[in-house]
Design a protein around this ligand. Structure first.
Ligand SMILES: *Cc1c(COP(=O)(O)O)cnc(C)c1O
Length: 424
């Protein structure tokens, strides 16, 4: 049985080799911009990103000065009113979007409701919404909700495998709604190919970028995508419950109707007109007053990207996840772990998942107790996220070292580690 004692002192699987990779990492300087707690190896930035240094001071200033002193004047003087657009402008280059086509607002779920509803108004007569059965549940729940509110004639078609998607598209398809990188196994779709396949049958495409934005370059405009949504609290480090974002291709601006037509979606909110006239630009997808404090945390976190080359980001992300796979396969053999993440770089996002037949939850809890934070996704998935801005190769090495020891000693197999928490 392998144990933490058969670690080579030299060669590619040694700690020295991990440190050498960190020394050569062009993004290593970014780690210092985050407040990583002592004694923690954080492999869950795909679920909640780490606190950037400076966010706490920025929020303190917003509270004591902008709110405390400026009061209502700060909507203008501190630029609060422009936050949804300003943040959208910072996210746009990360997702390959045109200027003026992205806003920050609400949650991913709500933004999906808005964009899917809008897409259906542009595809009248077509009945099908095609997606994946293993999509993140909220996406498919929202689609069911949209169908129930719309005209009840629509049907959610859920594909079981990625290769079933293109054959499911036909001239009755209104919308192809997909998550770019799957939250369970980390499989990444080919955005260009699938967008084209949907357009070839006259359907529109909505991409959920929850596990892509901030993890890799995304090419929304170059792919011809119609709509997109994504999270602010995962790879974008906006903080717990951070506002999400929403993209609408410029060619659709002013064409569709989105049903959450609050006053911020009006062409002139402060005219206080009696009747609703939608804004002709991306503002049409706003709803009501933005949560300023949460917006400011996200706004601050996005400034970190000014120094990041997205091609280097993707290179490091793939290197970290490949390294993790290699180390686990070398050092954690014989414990019933099955890799479910694609080995092919093109088909892999920025996470690695293994299944275990019955004890994945307890193993993850035992890892967390030792400071290695990943997460568990029912029914059987151990999930590890790699965030290139602050995860080091030494982190990966140490995480697997601890994992190998836990497995070899079975120290994960205690009642406490089997007890389920509310959030897994
Ligand atoms: C994390 C995630 C969400 C989260 O949606 P919320 O509205 O922020 O809760 C939605 N979709 C996908 C694919 C996700 O991974």
């Amino acid at each position: 049985m392998p144990s933490s004692h058969d670690i080579p002192d030299t060669g590619p699987f040694s700690l020295a080799a991990a440190r050498a990779r960190d020394a050569n990492d062009s993004l290593a300087f970014m780690r210092g911009k985050f407040s990583l707690p002592e004694g923690v190896i954080y492999l869950d930035g795909n679920s909640l990103g780490v606190l950037p240094k400076g966010t706490a001071d920025r929020l303190a200033r917003a509270i004591t000065e902008e709110w405390g002193e400026g009061l209502i004047r700060s909507w203008n003087d501190a630029g609060w009113i422009d936050l949804p657009h300003r943040i959208g402008g910072k996210i746009a280059p990360l997702i390959g979007a045109e200027a003026g086509s992205v806003i920050a607002a609400e949650s991913t779920s709500v933004n999906l409701f808005k964009t899917l509803s809008a897409a259906l108004t542009l595809t009248a007569g077509r009945r099908k919404i095609v997606t994946e059965a293993e999509n993140f549940p909220t996406d498919n729940y929202i689609a069911e909700g949209v169908i129930s509110q719309f005209d009840k004639r629509h049907e959610l078609v859920t594909c079981d495998h990625p290769e079933d998607i293109i054959p499911a598209l036909d001239h009755d398809t209104a919308v192809l709604m997909l998550t770019h990188v799957n939250y369970r196994n980390g499989h990444r779709h080919d955005m260009r190919q699938l967008t084209k396949a949907a357009h070839d049958v006259g359907a529109l495409v909505i991409w959920d970028l929850a596990h892509s934005a901030g993890a890799m370059p995304v090419e929304l405009a170059a792919s011809g995508a119609d709509f997109a949504v994504g999270c602010g609290y995962k790879y974008l480090n906006g903080g717990p419950g951070a506002p999400a974002f929403l993209y609408v291709a410029p060619r659709h601006h002013g064409k569709a109707r989105q049903p959450l037509s609050g006053w911020f979606a009006h062409k002139a909110p402060f005219d206080f007109a009696r009747d609703f006239t939608a804004a002709a630009d991306i503002s049409q997808y706003l709803c009501g007053t933005p949560p300023v404090l949460s917006m400011l945390a996200l706004d601050h976190a996005l400034d970190l990207w000014a120094e990041v080359d997205l091609t280097e980001l993707r290179g490091k992300s793939l290197a970290l996840s490949q390294y993790f796979i290699d180390l686990v396969e070398r050092r954690c053999q014989g414990h019933d772990l099955t890799l479910i993440t694609p080995r092919d770089d093109d088909a892999r996002g920025s996470q690695v998942s293994f299944t275990h037949p019955d004890s994945g939850y307890a193993m993850v809890q035992a890892l967390i107790a030792r400071g290695v934070i990943g997460d568990f996704r029912a029914p059987d998935i151990l999930r590890f996220g790699f965030t290139p801005l602050y995860t080091s190769f030494e982190d990966v090495w140490r995480a697997v070292d601890i994992f190998a020891e836990l497995l070899a000693t079975r120290s994960w197999d205690t009642p406490a580690f089997h007890r389920r928490n509310k959030v897994t």
